[in-house]
Design a protein around this ligand. Structure first.
Ligand SMILES: *[C@@H]1O[C@H](CO)[C@@H](O)[C@H](O)[C@H]1NC(C)=O
Ligand SMILES: *[C@@H]1O[C@H](CO)[C@@H](O)[C@H](O)[C@H]1NC(C)=O
Ligand SMILES: *[C@@H]1O[C@H](CO)[C@@H](O)[C@H](O)[C@H]1NC(C)=O
Ligand SMILES: *[C@@H]1O[C@H](CO)[C@@H](O)[C@H](O)[C@H]1NC(C)=O
Ligand SMILES: *[C@@H]1O[C@H](CO)[C@@H](O)[C@H](O)[C@H]1NC(C)=O
Ligand SMILES: *[C@H]1O[C@H](CO)[C@@H](O)[C@H](O)[C@H]1NC(C)=O
Length: 410
């Protein structure tokens, strides 16, 4: 290499040669440029797309370094118009797999629609099992401090409180940057319209379980939870911890409201989406992907809390909610219309992209613009530690928090 550089440096015409060579962007024309990339998290979510009449995702199995050892291939149709990856479950797997694909040289992803299609828990105040939800926000609700409930101060409503704050339901003062992501609302509207063409499935057992949410006070708050499955616009919470029960669900509903400055609607609960969106933010910053082309769809496999009067542990461990299979099936039944809708209207609509009217991106404003959540770019970056060595105030704050017994882990 060194020798070659020397040789080239001696040639006056080198700049012209390099300029004319078919390098960089030109080469992207040769690479597969999928129109839709389906993001599945584990085998059942992936396999529901296989063996279907509409398209064959198993025509190409492409290995990419960095994918999960459990799911070592990206799958694509014969013409590479539709591809699928399987992240593996939870935030670490999602971030690692999406990074490997987004920064891989094997694809041109600059015009690709990323379509997250996974199952999730569901808030019965907003929707029910089997429902298909489309998020505007993804909120990393468990990115907080936590005390076990048995050790919390007597006047606290939960053991969770935002980082850098002094108790539950306060706004975070320490920002990591992955707390909230917002995706393209105009694209979501189109995806929802496509998904509504789907004939959603249900089961008799799921129907009889959800009817019990109307008991007692449920009659006032859980009407949506007792209705048959439908397509709903509401937001997704991300947490590695698979939490459940009335109190944690209410606490993370509160967190969603606080992190989104009251603009988010807590409904589905999953373990990956903020990780996926963080990677796509970074990839978008380097023009590898278009952050305006992301759809977050979660279908509901179980309720995040028991019905009134039901024991919380019994609900999650032993009750037959029967939501899993219908949630998996409805990924395909609703999702296939989203994929086909994008392909059918590619030339007139999707090729050039659907312009967002809302802010899109993370809490820092990394991709430009001002989020309608978060403390603002300057403060968020400062609280995120970006300028820590220059900022006496942040250092002082950390010291004073340590004195108060709050340990900031980095
Ligand atoms: C791709 O992998 C799937 C299962 O992982 C397999 O069923 C299919 O035959 C493979 N396709 C090709 C072209 O090898
Ligand atoms: C709990 O009580 C303490 C001590 O009186 C007070 O400082 C704090 O604000 C209270 N916290 C909440 C969440 O009410
Ligand atoms: C919808 O799906 C159900 C089975 O889940 C089937 O019985 C019904 O005929 C379907 N309806 C339409 C309009 O395709
Ligand atoms: C959620 O917020 C409401 C309103 O601020 C509060 O009354 C409730 O105790 C909170 N719930 C939890 C579990 O923190
Ligand atoms: C969100 O709420 C926090 C805490 O009240 C506030 O400091 C921040 O300015 C708000 N952000 C926006 C964009 O309104
Ligand atoms: C990420 O988390 C925020 C809240 O913490 C949520 O509103 C948002 O929908 C999440 N983003 C995605 C894409 O899951």
């Amino acid at each position: 290499m060194l020798a070659l550089k020397h040789l080239l440096a001696g040639l006056a015409i080198v700049p012209t040669l390099i300029g004319a060579a078919p390098v960089d962007e030109r080469c992207d024309c040769e690479k597969p440029a999928p129109k839709v990339f389906i993001i599945s998290m584990f085998a059942p979510e992936a396999e529901v797309w296989w063996g279907i009449p509409e398209f064959n995702l198993l025509a190409h199995n492409i290995s990419i370094p960095g994918l999960s050892p459990l799911f070592p291939h990206v799958h694509c149709t014969e013409n590479h118009e539709i591809c699928q990856l399987i992240t593996g479950e939870s935030e670490i797997n999602a971030a690692t797999t999406i990074s490997s694909v987004a920064f891989s040289d094997k694809f041109d992803l600059t015009s690709t629609y990323f379509f997250i299609g996974g199952i999730a828990g569901i808030n019965p105040e907003v929707a029910t099992t089997g429902s298909v939800t489309f998020a505007r926000y993804a909120i990393q609700v468990a990115l907080q401090y936590e005390l076990d409930a048995r050790e919390i101060p007597s006047n606290w409503s939960t053991g969770y409180w935002a980082q850098g704050s002094y108790g539950p339901n306060q706004y975070p003062e320490s920002i990591y940057g992955t707390e909230v992501f917002e995706v393209n609302v105009n694209l979501r509207s189109k995806a929802v319209a496509f998904a509504r063409k789907g004939n959603l499935t249900d089961s008799a057992q799921a129907a009889s379980y959800r009817a019990q949410y109307l008991q007692g006070e449920g009659v006032n708050i859980y009407q949506a939870g007792a209705k048959p499955p439908s397509v709903v616009e509401c937001d997704v919470a991300t947490s590695d911890v698979y939490y459940t029960g009335n109190l944690l669900s209410e606490a993370f509903d509160n967190t969603t409201r606080i992190f989104t400055n009251g603009t988010g609607t807590y409904c589905s609960t999953a373990q990956e989406d903020n990780a996926t969106l963080e990677v796509l933010t970074r990839a978008a910053l380097h023009k590898k992907v278009d952050f305006a082309r992301i759809i977050v769809m979660r279908t509901a496999s179980d309720f995040d809390r028991p019905y009134p009067g039901e024991d919380a542990a019994y609900h999650i461990l032993y009750a037959n909610q029967d939501g899993f299979e219908i949630a998996i099936q409805n990924i395909y039944r609703a999702g296939v219309h989203v994929v086909q809708g994008i392909l059918n209207e590619w030339e007139e609509t999707f090729k050039c992209g659907v312009k967002p009217d809302n802010y899109i991106g993370d809490i820092f404003g990394t991709l430009g613009g001002n989020p309608n959540f978060g403390p603002g770019r300057e403060i968020a970056l400062k609280e995120g530690g970006a300028l820590l060595t220059k900022r006496g105030s942040s250092v002082k704050k950390m010291r004073s928090m340590r004195k108060k017994g709050v340990v900031l882990r980095k």
